[in-house]
Design a protein around this ligand. Structure first.
Ligand code: NAD
Length: 502
């Protein structure tokens, strides 16, 4: 295999990233595959960031006047650029975030899908016409661009999460200022270059509409605190959301929070165990357990546990772990040494809390941090089980009644994604009902990860309550105005109030 650095430099060149942006800077870009340095990225200074936010605000004032379908054309062109660059950008995601190539490509496909969705949406930003109680009046709602949308993203979906936000926000008439994870600056630069190509083809895009701020938390905090940023979309850990949310609220900004998950699946007695096995393998081990929707808790009926667990352990023992560029690899590296240490600590805690752990050992790889995925059979839903460890650990709990399973399922602080595997209609509907799963995503007979862009994505409780991507998530990027129009010659007041003067 070529060195990660050589491959990354060649890809960045093809994708149009200027060499000056990745040479001699103070922000190191590393590949988790080998741990080697890929580039030294030039960081955005706080003064440059402040100027970029101000310019984006000015650009928004022009962009909001551009008709929605014309704004959609920009996103259609972006989708074309992404289609043309899919192979290169997908491989760059693999090099910088460590996910297997098929998932790197899948992440770019997700960007393309949301561009298609947003292009159509650009002709559908409609409000309601509402019956009014007054004669010769009409009441309606209109949706207006909100302003500058700040987008803070996490390392594990280094480009798709930007696209979920930016594709919608741009067709909604907003400007978008992006602060990607400091662990994945190269993919952000590549996306910025592709966006630049789309902008050139578009023709008359306001200057500075969509800037990139490269660096750490301080730049994120500038978006959090800026009065020029009415909407702040932040994806990352619950700790980050806990710091960000009150600061945005203090200035009456709107935040869209996409934070940590602790996703579970219930396996009922009637479940098709072959489907369960395949779904659990992908949801729990895919992306080396580094998805917000990764399956972390398996709640298995006691009558099927002894049939399922040995098969699951065999699958866990058989997966190939190593360089994610190899076609045969299913599990790539953890993002950095700290992630490996967090996994080791969690497994230690699981043992101390009475768990029986299979797997989890360090695996020799091409230089990065590689771990065999672990299964931890737990006597109870103890403290470590209730905590999100961003690594491939699957806690297994047993249950007797479906009520007990749903109670266990909901008894964690997070509320992102969830599944039940059952062929019993009553159980499935109970799980999807108001007294079932308390998550933002609830599935039947598929795993909790790997969502499509057409539905609204996000979760409840400590996951933050935000919704992005499909359905009507676009409304969070716009300002709603209710309009009442009097086309008569009288002035009737609402609720029959009379106020006659003169
Ligand atoms: P992280 O919280 O360490 O960092 C995320 C981003 O927030 C980075 O860009 C970082 O610079 C920025 N940041 C951190 N503190 C900040 C602050 N006080 N103010 C402003 N910006 C700040 O998360 P990570 O390790 O990159 O990602 C993993 C976490 O993200 C996991 O908890 C995972 O579940 C979560 N995640 C959630 C979703 C979702 O949609 N719910 C999607 C992907 C990842």
């Amino acid at each position: 295999m070529a060195s990660c650095r050589d491959e990354a430099v060649a890809l960045l060149g093809r994708l149009g990233v200027p060499a000056a942006a990745i040479t001699g800077g103070s922000l190191p870009a590393r590949s988790p595959i080998t741990g080697e340095s890929l580039a030294q990225v030039v960081e955005t200074s706080p003064a440059e960031a402040a100027a970029a936010i101000a310019r984006a605000h000015e650009a928004w004032r022009l962009w909001r006047e551009v008709p929605g379908p014309r704004r959609g054309e920009l996103i259609r062109l972006l989708g074309e650029e992404l289609r043309a660059a899919k192979a290169d950008l997908g491989l760059l995601v693999t090099l910088e975030a460590g996910k297997i190539l098929s998932e790197g490509l899948g992440e770019v496909q997700e960007m393309i899908d949301i561009c298609d969705f947003a292009t159509g949406l650009s002709r559908q930003l409609y409000g309601l016409t509402i019956a009014t109680e007054r004669a010769e009046h009409r009441m309606m709602e209109t949706w207006h661009p909100a302003g500058v949308v700040g987008v803070i993203t996490a390392f594990n979906f280094p480009v798709a999460v930007w696209a979920w936000n930016a594709a919608l926000a741009l067709v909604c008439g907003d400007a978008v200022v992006w602060k990607p994870s400091e662990k994945t600056p190269l993919t952000a630069l590549a996306v910025q270059a592709l966006f630049g190509r789309a902008a050139v083809r578009f023709g008359d895009l306001p200057e500075g509409l969509c800037p990139l701020l490269l660096g750490g938390r301080v730049l994120g905090e500038m978006l959090v605190d800026s009065p020029l940023v009415p909407v702040l979309s932040a994806t990352g850990s619950t700790a980050m959301g806990r710091a960000v949310a009150p600061r945005v609220a203090e200035r009456f900004g709107r935040s869209i929070l996409e934070l940590g998950g602790n996703n579970a699946a219930i396996v009922a007695p009637s479940a098709d165990l072959d489907i369960v096995l395949r779904a659990v393998a992908f949801a729990a081990m895919g992306t080396a357990g580094q998805r917000c929707t990764t399956l972390r808790r398996l709640i298995v009926h006691e009558s099927v546990a002894d049939a399922l667990l040995p098969a699951l352990k065999r699958a866990y023992a058989s997966v190939s772990i190593g360089d994610p560029r190899e076609a045969s690899t299913l599990i790539g590296p953890l993002i950095d040494p700290a992630a490996g240490a967090a996994m080791d600590r969690a497994l230690e805690a699981a043992r101390a809390e009475g768990g029986v752990v299979t797997g989890g050992e360090a695996v020799e790889g091409p230089g990065g941090i590689y771990r065999r995925p672990a299964i931890a059979e737990m006597p109870t839903q103890s403290e470590i089980v209730r905590h999100e460890t961003f690594a491939p650990i699957l806690y297994v709990l047993r249950y007797r009644t479906v009520e007990e399973a749903i109670a266990l399922h909901n008894d964690v602080p997070q509320g992102l994604s969830s599944s039940i595997f059952t062929n019993d209609l009553r159980e499935a509907e109970r799980f999807l009902s108001a007294s079932g799963s308390d998550c933002g995503i609830a599935n039947v007979n598929i795993g909790p990860s790997g969502a499509e862009i057409g539905g609204a994505f996000g979760g409840e409780k400590e996951t933050g309550g935000g919704r992005e991507s499909g359905s009507d998530a676009w409304k969070a990027y716009m300002r709603r105005a209710t309009n009442t129009i009097n086309y008569g010659r009288r002035l009737p007041l609402a609720q029959g109030v009379s106020f006659d003067v003169g």
